[in-house]
Design a protein. Structure first.
Ligand SMILES: [Zn+2]
Length: 380
């Protein structure tokens, strides 16, 4: 199975690179405009309609193909979003960003990228990037104004899972329940603080100038996202390391947009808070998924229906009690609500994978140990 990872570094764009990025941005917007006007959904029809119109750009044809392909992806997302919400804004690329999978070379610590038909630009790669990609094949390059990112490929041996872990993400933690009955919790309150700090910075800018606000939120937004990403990397790394050591597959909830956040009763505030939050939920899943695939561990998504409200022993609706616990009126089970959710996610994934015996085995040993671990976690 082919799997991918990526690594990035800072770089200083020369005027030539800045020009390339800006040209690419304009091409991308041309393609989007054509696609919108002609209701295009497929790469083939967008190529037919747009390629000739890009002839005015003095760029290597690789970049034209990549702009068309990127526009196709953007258009597909747009049509999909529009089906659910007819007022969704039409796509338009504001920031320069170029992704290409053709024509580049990585050699002698340098990335060489075509710019015009027979002309290349070079960017030197730092030690960390060189060491990271050393044994692998680089498949794509992404450039933004100050960052260069390389996606590299490997062949992973698919692991036949001996069990699963179920992952429940909350505002302040990730709770992981495993087939062997163990529960682990990774603290994410630092990420929440980073988000809160960012929101604090933003509220100082009350000026009613949308353009200024956008720039500010962009700059601080990037810093804040980097900080949160870094915190999530620690959590996702240790989740996947644990799963790998036990040879367990991974089960997560399918994200269903912003509703999940309301359901939890968290951050009921402003729209962008919800956006921030759902971004970090998705980011954690993205990290766990690519790290797990890299190790050959299967990753399954299950529907979140009832995971936080149903008893993980008997399936009845539970009642909330103090200290984030739930009580089941039917079987009397009292459990930390995050642990209960992680158990339900684990059970759904295990059933889906067809390892039916595993769930019931794990559940026999469950109540005492879970109650214990939930209690000790609350105490900490
Ligand atoms: Zn019950």
């Amino acid at each position: 199975m082919r799997v991918f990872k990526s690594v990035w570094q800072h770089y200083t764009p020369t005027p030539e690179i800045a020009w390339l990025l800006e040209q690419f941005r304009q091409m991308l917007n041309d393609c989007i405009r054509i696609g919108l006007a002609e209701n295009v959904t497929s790469l083939k029809s967008l190529s037919l309609k747009a390629y000739r119109q890009l002839s005015g750009y003095d760029l290597a044809s690789y970049h034209k193909l990549c702009a068309i392909s990127a526009a196709t992806g953007i258009l597909r997302n747009y049509w999909e979003a529009k089906r659910k919400n007819p007022c969704v804004r039409e796509p338009y690329a504001r920031r320069p960003r170029l992704t290409t999978c053709y024509g580049f070379k990585v050699r002698d610590g340098e990335l060489s990228l075509p710019i015009h038909a027979r002309e290349h630009i070079r960017i030197s790669l730092n030690q960390h990037v060189q060491a990271t990609i050393n044994d692998f094949t680089v498949r794509s390059v992404t450039l933004t104004e100050g960052r260069l990112s390389l996606a590299y490929e490997s062949e992973a041996q698919q692991v036949q899972p001996r069990g699963f872990i179920g992952i429940d993400r909350n505002l302040d933690n990730v709770t992981v329940a495993a087939t062997d009955g163990t529960v682990q919790r990774h603290d994410l309150s630092e990420a929440t603080r980073a988000k809160a700090m960012y929101l604090g910075v933003r509220t100082h800018f009350k000026r009613n100038d949308a353009r200024i606000r956008r720039e500010i939120s962009g700059k601080y937004g990037q810093k804040q996202r980097d900080k949160v990403k870094q915190i999530l990397h620690h959590a996702s790394k240790s989740v996947v390391r644990e799963a790998k050591s036990k040879q367990y597959g991974i089960t997560m909830e399918k994200l269903t947009g912003i509703r999940k956040l309301y359901r939890r009763g968290n951050w009921q505030g402003r729209w962008y808070r919800g956006r921030m939050n759902s971004w970090s939920y998705a980011e954690l899943q993205r990290q766990i998924e690519y790290k797990a695939r890299w190790e050959g561990l299967p990753v399954i998504y299950v529907h979140p229906h009832g995971t936080s409200s149903r008893c993980s022993i008997c399936g009845q609706k539970m009642k909330p009690e103090e200290n984030r616990t739930l009580r089941c009126p039917s079987c009397g089970y009292v459990v930390d609500r995050d642990v209960n959710a992680a158990r339900n996610i684990l059970a759904a994934g295990t059933l889906r994978f067809g390892v039916v015996g595993l769930t019931s085995e794990a559940m026999v040993a469950e109540p005492a140990s879970v109650r214990q671990s939930a209690k000790s976690m609350r105490g900490s």
